[in-house]
Write a protein that binds this ligand. Structure first.
Ligand code: CA
Length: 371
């Protein structure tokens, strides 16, 4: 499989060289090797954990591919494959790491069985919001640490989407105390899942495309997915009655694009930058999209579909926060890089939280009080 890919890659590279010359002659190196490389065309494949064209999450890979193709004037063409088209939804990390495909789009917490510490690069229960995640990643050293971690797997990571604060999820019975979580089988990935498990529930990681049927057939009793915009599109209101908030488990998850390191290194510098910038622009666009669409979707869920929106009781949230702090503190092993990532996250959070008390939080509270 891998050999087949490599020889195909070489063939495509050779084709690219031919295209670059235009006259069907391969130029010699002395005849401007740099020019040849700059004009070389690349055809890549991107696999994703999302169903094809899913609103929000699922459009990010297409958007990145379109942007890269336009900005590179067609020198880098990326074909996007939805979950299970050529690779299973949760097989994206391995496929890109092994170089079977060049790129993938998903979320780092889906690989918690392989790289538990990588969950910090998606989201932490009661952790950083979207704005704060971007600040940590782009300005607080987070992205460099992520790159260092993923280099171990021959991957280059880039932030590639954020949903903002999610909803706590869909339940068919009311949550009044911690007792109501016991024995519930819930689709809840990442660290939120660990916390839920420790609270007495059973946490299950399922890709988005399997949630509806699993809830309908009783394979799971409850689920979280994203927020109104995505949850409405999946029809989750048809299989659950109560819609709980706030999304303590995912306060601002960063989605990732991963690129096979050898493939990335083979690109000329300008194409590398185009890939990074396309991903970064999409990271920002997705947050804007959710911010713009969530409220009208929520209104439709409540007014048209009679969904009951409930807040998780304070004492349940307090207990979940206590468990979360334990779970997160147990995450890093003795590995120095893991400790560095953990400390970077925790220190950044403490600082940003402090200032946000008198800025973001104070402002939003004031605005609501005066409304
Ligand atoms: Ca979620």
């Amino acid at each position: 499989m891998k050999m087949e890919f490599i020889s195909k890659g070489l063939f495509l590279a050779f084709l690219g060289l031919l295209t670059a010359c235009g006259d069907g002659q391969v130029k010699s190196k002395n005849d401007g090797g740099v020019v040849a490389q700059e004009q070389q065309t690349f055809r890549w494949r991107m696999v994703t954990t999302w169903p094809k064209n899913l609103p929000g999450l699922g459009i990010a890979p297409e958007l990145i591919a379109e942007r890269v193709e336009k900005m590179s004037a067609g020198r880098l063409k990326i074909t996007v494959f939805g979950a299970n088209e050529i690779v299973p939804a949760l097989g994206v990390f391995d496929a890109v790491s092994l170089g079977n495909v060049e790129m993938g789009h998903g979320a780092a917490y889906y690989w918690k069985g392989k790289v538990p510490i990588a969950q910090l690069f998606t989201t932490v229960p009661f952790g950083l919001t979207a704005q704060e995640m971007n600040a940590w990643l782009y300005q607080g050293g987070g992205l460099e640490l992520w790159e260092e971690l993923y280099a171990r797997y021959d991957l280059v990571p880039t932030p590639a989407g954020n949903t903002g604060v999610q909803m706590a999820g869909w339940f068919n019975k009311e949550l009044n105390s911690m007792d109501d979580l016991r024995g519930i089988k819930m689709r809840i990935p990442g660290l939120g899942g660990e916390v839920f498990q420790r609270a007495g529930g059973t946490a299950i990681t399922l890709p988005g495309g399997e949630i509806y049927t699993s809830l309908q057939t009783g394979v799971i009793d409850a689920t979280e997915w994203v927020g109104p915009y995505n949850d409405l599109a999946f029809g989750l209101h048809q299989v659950a009655k109560y819609y709980y908030y706030p999304g303590w488990q995912e306060p601002g998850p960063t989605l990732e694009m991963i690129i096979n390191k050898q493939a990335f290194d083979s690109l000329p510098k300008d194409l590398q930058e185009i890939v990074r910038i396309s991903s970064r622009a999409t990271n920002e666009d997705m947050l804007a999209l959710y911010t713009a669409k969530n409220n009208s979707a929520l209104e439709e869920l409540v007014n048209v579909h009679q969904v009951e929106v409930r807040k998780i009781p304070e004492d349940v949230l307090r207990e979940l926060k206590k468990i979360s702090d334990e779970v997160v503190s147990e995450l890093p092993t003795e590995d120095p890089l893991e400790r560095k990532i953990y400390e970077s996250y925790i220190n950044f959070k403490a600082g940003v939280e402090n200032y946000h008390e008198i800025s973001e939080r104070a402002y939003i509270n004031t605005r609501s009080e005066l409304e």
